[in-house]
Write a protein of this length. Structure first.
Length: 105
């Protein structure tokens, strides 16, 4: 496997983790921060915007994970690389959104 496949899988995991809070907030009808709010990343965007943004992130994750190289769930290293990307993105999101919801350390 080429080195850039692992870079793709790392970012695919990151985009997958970023898709979750936006999509879930959107489909439950709750406003949530997005890059399209004012100010970006701090103000609230509508549920519709968050469904669209979450879906976009999911599509990018699919392209990076499923369309680059041969990502297989049975192979440990590619899964660990994608999981590392997801974990680091999740920690960054927890820190960022925790400032607004009282969960930041």
């Amino acid at each position: 496997m080429r080195w850039y496949h692992y870079v793709s899988y790392f970012w695919g995991g990151a985009f997958l983790a970023n898709a979750i809070p936006h999509f879930v907030s959107g489909i439950t009808g709750h406003p949530f921060q997005s890059p399209f709010a004012s100010p970006p990343g701090e103000g609230l965007s509508s549920a519709t915007v968050n469904v669209l943004w979450g879906s976009f992130n999911l599509a990018i994750a699919y392209l990076l994970l499923a369309r680059v190289g041969k990502f297989e769930l049975k192979k440990t290293l590619p899964v660990l690389v994608a999981a590392l990307g997801a974990l680091l993105m999740a920690l960054m999101l927890a820190n960022h959104f925790g400032k607004f919801y009282g969960g930041s350390v």
